[in-house]
Design a protein. Structure first.
Length: 393
């Protein structure tokens, strides 16, 4: 009899063991949290929590209640119905909350309490935390450039003054500069700068070095300075500031070479400056007289142009050059030149000598043929050259 009783008790214990074990498992799994881990007074934050029912148990007639201090508001007080959760399913609930404008800096806690039917562990609750963060705000208070004129093909360093206008420190401040244009590029590590910390009201300079492409035009190019930093809670913040980099240069036209090329007086000209020259006028002046004028629309830096003058004379002269830069500033220069060799016109002396040579030849021809001379002024007297030729014959 005693054996039968003991066996019955053991069997009952074995049958009840799974039920006892199951009663120790949570029949509702609560997850989620506050989406914004750090917020500022007056911000709206979002509490998002999830409810997961067991695989074989459905929960219904569910209600939640938010329990929090005065640091947050904007939620419904008392119990709020949210229906139920089928076995093995998950339900998500999002509740917007407002951080009080008078909330103090530091960690805060929000508790969600839940009631439901279909289980044995109601009510249950879970707490979620967030931080009312430091009021940190960085401001780009000033920016200056190393050079008064930022020229194409050159490097320049710009100094940005950053000020902490917030109420709390900023830590591990990393700044970098970038431009979408191909004409402005950071120079290796010169495009980055680091400052350990900035206290409220404190300022620091950030130095950035950029290179300006030689093909850059005279204009202001856009660039961004981005500051990434942390507050007292280790949360990362980013501030981006738009700036302009004004590029301008000076055109310098130089005469590289002059020479006679066929019947032309050829002039080679190059722009040795850092900006485009436009509306170029080049005059060849000899003896105070403008012999010829050449016009060129524009000449970019490091480019050259060939000018050909058709009217000139051997000797000296000046090339009078006038041009504009991109800001329509006028430039004038006069360069002394020599004009070697033959000129673009035919000398009257050359014509005279040619006529005399032709006349002498014709006179000799008529004498050889025993023809009377023509009654021309310059044939009335025999030339010595002609007489010598006849005697020899």
């Amino acid at each position: 009899m005693k054996k039968l009783i003991i066996i019955s008790l053991l069997f009952a214990i074995i049958l009840s063991a799974p039920a006892l074990a199951a009663s120790n498992d949570a029949e509702l799994i609560i997850g989620g949290g506050v989406v914004e881990k750090v917020s500022q007074p007056g911000d709206t934050i979002n509490l998002r929590f999830t409810l997961e029912a067991p695989a074989k148990v459905s929960l219904f007639d569910m209600y939640y209640e938010i329990i929090a201090d005065a640091s947050v508001s904007g939620y419904s007080t008392g119990k709020v119905s949210i229906g139920g959760v089928s076995a093995g399913d998950t339900k998500a609930v999002q509740v917007p909350l407002i951080v009080s404008s008078t909330a103090t800096t530091g960690g805060k806690t929000i508790t969600v309490k839940l009631w439901y039917s279909g289980g044995t562990q109601s009510p249950t609750q879970k707490s979620f935390s967030f931080n009312v963060g430091s009021d940190v705000s960085l401001y780009l208070s000033d920016i200056t450039f190393e050079n008064d004129m930022i020229e194409p093909g050159k490097e320049t360093t710009l100094k940005a003054i950053v000020t902490n206008v917030g109420d709390n420190p900023a830590h591990a401040i990393f700044g970098d500069i970038i431009s979408d244009t191909e004409y402005i590029k950071p120079v290796l590590s010169g495009g980055e700068y680091y400052v350990n910390a900035l206290l409220p009201g404190q300022s620091s300079e950030f130095l950035f070095t950029v290179s300006v492409d030689s093909d850059a035009e005279t204009e202001t190019y856009d660039a961004d300075i981005t500051l990434t930093y942390q507050d007292d809670f280790g949360s990362t913040n980013t501030e981006t500031f738009d700036i302009g980099i004004p590029v301008s240069g000076t055109p310098i036209l130089e005469i590289l070479n002059t020479e006679i090329d066929g019947t032309d007086y050829k002039v080679e000209m190059e722009n040795l400056g850092t900006a485009k020259a436009k509306a170029i006028s080049v005059k060849l002046v000899q003896g105070g007289k403008v012999m010829s004028v050449k016009i060129d629309n524009e000449l970019k830096p490091d480019k050259h142009s060939t000018l050909r003058f058709k009217t000139f004379r051997r000797g000296t002269g000046q090339l009078v050059i006038h041009y504009l830069d991109d800001n329509n500033v006028e430039y004038d220069q006069t360069i002394d030149v020599e004009v070697p060799g033959s000129s673009g016109g035919v000398s009257k002396w050359a014509v005279l000598f040619f006529l005399i040579a032709v006349g002498e030849g014709y006179y000799i021809y008529r004498r050889k043929k025993n023809k009377p001379p023509l009654n021309l002024p310059f044939f009335k007297k025999k030339s010595k050259a002609a007489e010598f030729f006849i005697k020899k014959k």
